[in-house]
Ligand binder design. Structure first.
Ligand code: SIN
Ligand code: FE2
Length: 213
């Protein structure tokens, strides 16, 4: 049905070729996800990392999975060890794996089993400038991106930084999936507006699932 009449399903929005926004997709697993998130951040706390150019990122980050995305003065990379704690990252909780696999399948990417999940925390004013996700080894895997808490604007462009961007409002529970022809498309999040979310308070959390290793 949704393939024949994509515009008739209000929970499904096309973002571009191979890219789809699944409205409210994470809501049925909300409680499990929030509990898991507390466990993860107790073991691997949020921290603000430094870019290779020496800038402190406004978004605070942590990870779970076999490897985590990190940046410092030496560059961007996936690391099996959390440089902050010296320990492996917490493992991917079952609810995370289930959501990532289901969302990917709904977007047309069967059998997605992420091995890394970057967890971004935006406080009001935090932003992520236009970038490509390209530190992963195999671009055959899609990116599955889950939004929680305060709403944000998602900019989704094209293969070149200068390509025009389309803007999508991302709300609590929305899941964006991009892969195939749009796997390396530029994307970003402009400054988070202030507000108070009923469950998460004054912040936005984003989970980004990747096949990294
Ligand atoms: C990212 O590109 O890593 C995060 C995107 C988002 O916060 O929605
Ligand atoms: Fe990204």
């Amino acid at each position: 049905m949704s393939d024949l009449f994509p515009t008739l399903d209000p929970r499904r929005e096309a973002m571009g070729q191979g890219a789809v926004l699944l409205r409210g997709k994470a809501l049925s697993l909300e409680a499990e996800i929030l509990t898991a998130l507390k466990n993860i951040t107790a073991q691997a706390p949020f921290r603000r990392m430094t870019t290779p150019g020496g800038f402190l990122m406004s978004v605070a980050m942590t990870n779970c999975g076999s490897a985590g995305w990190v940046t410092d003065r030496t560059g961007y990379r996936y690391d099996r060890i959390d440089p902050e704690t010296g320990r492996p990252w917490p493992s991917l909780p079952p609810a995370f794996l289930q959501l990532a696999a289901q969302a990917a399948a709904e977007a047309g990417y069967e059998d997605f089993r992420p091995d890394a999940c970057l967890i971004n925390r935006y406080e009001p004013g935090a932003r992520l400038s236009l970038h490509q996700d390209k530190n992963e080894r195999d671009y055959a895997h899609p990116i599955v991106s889950v939004s929680l808490g305060l709403p944000a604007t998602f900019q989704f462009g094209g293969p070149k930084r200068t390509d025009p961007v389309r803007k999508f409002a991302l709300r609590h529970g929305d899941v964006a999936v991009w892969g195939g022809p749009s796997r390396l498309f530029f994307h970003g999040v402009p400054e988070l507006k202030d507000g108070e979310h009923e469950t998460l308070g004054r912040m936005r959390i984003n989970l980004t699932f990747r096949g990294a290793l």
